[in-house]
Design a protein around this ligand. Structure first.
Ligand SMILES: C[S@@+](CC[C@H](N)C(=O)[O-])C[C@H]1O[C@@H](n2cnc3c(N)ncnc32)[C@H](O)[C@@H]1O
Length: 284
């Protein structure tokens, strides 16, 4: 009882602090964007000030979380494992080829999902904002020669080159709305012809700068308004994740040339989905 009250109070405080930080950093963010417009070379340096681009969830915050290994309890969480299985089910359904192509994973953490994604890549570039997470991911993935792990703050510090597959799992909701708009553009621009952008986000609000719904709604709009993009798959699990807030999955595909217009397909026969609905997850 007492722990539930404390939990609720902590959550309310976190949400309030997030909103205040977002408002307070707005003028600085505008100034930084102005600077970048005049001197684009400054962008990688300004990327380091992640607190501007994802207020309340900057680099220091993620480094603090990663002071201890596996801060999200991913390695011991049935829910997180089922979530990763869902990503793999999606890749299978869209026919992502195994062992081919160049793949980008945004926010790889300690590399647990990366180990699964590596099967779908000739080269996987796994990036994370946190030095500590990157260090552990490098150790965990040392036996996967097709994986490089890099410390980068996206979207301002994108890796060079283009990709056949970009996977963003529970990460884009840290970016405040304009950073996200710009970031979505960069991710879409980085897709090769026929390349896919796979998005999976929890729908709950835990004080992030954005929300899972905003991320996925914007991605859908982006696909609708661009003849070069196709909204290939769309799926909402309404009663999964912490507090049953739900999870959304969307896949955008860059046109290859000759393509017929189709409605996005639903995810079918995903065994992970049933597990995501029934697995108990801890909330704070
Ligand atoms: C909630 S965890 C999700 C980890 C993993 N993708 C998953 O789905 O389980 C978010 C991860 O994104 C990383 N991250 C947050 N902001 C980032 C940014 N701007 N650029 C790169 N990584 C970021 C964090 O350090 C953390 O490892």
């Amino acid at each position: 009882m007492l722990s539930a009250v404390i939990g609720r109070a902590r959550r309310t405080a976190r949400l309030a602090v997030g909103r205040v930080l977002m408002i307070m950093t707005t003028p600085l963010r505008l100034a930084a964007r102005g600077l970048i417009a005049v001197r684009p070379g400054l962008e990688p340096r300004l990327a380091e000030h992640a607190w501007l681009w994802q207020p309340g969830w900057g680099r220091a915050c993620h480094e603090r979380l990663y002071r201890r290994p596996d801060p999200y309890g991913i390695g011991i969480s049935e829910y997180e494992m089922a979530k990763y299985d869902l990503v793999v089910d999606v890749l299978e359904q869209i026919g992502a080829p195994r062992g081919r192509g160049r793949v980008l994973e945004v926010g790889c953490g300690e590399g647990l999902l990366s180990a699964r994604l590596a099967d779908y890549a000739a080269e996987l570039v796994a990036v994370d904002i946190s030095d500590a997470a990157v260090g552990r991911a490098r150790i965990a993935l040392a036996d996967r020669p097709n994986v490089v792990v890099e410390r980068r703050t996206l979207p301002l510090d994108m890796p060079a080159g283009s990709f056949d597959l970009v996977v963003c799992s529970d990460v884009l909701y840290y970016w405040e709305p304009r950073t996200f708009d710009r970031g979505l553009e960069r991710l879409v621009e980085s897709l090769r012809p026929g390349g896919r952008l796979v998005l999976l986000h929890y729908r709950g609000d835990f004080g992030q700068a954005g929300t899972g719904d905003a991320v996925h709604d914007a991605a859908r709009r982006r696909a609708l308004n661009d003849p070069e993009l196709r909204h290939e798959l769309s799926h909402t699990l309404r009663d999964a994740g912490p507090a049953g807030a739900g999870i959304r999955v969307d896949v955008l595909a860059r046109a290859t040339g000759l393509q017929t217009l189709r409605l996005p397909q639903q995810l079918h026969d995903s065994p992970a989905e049933a597990r995501l609905r029934t697995t108990e997850v801890h909330t704070s």
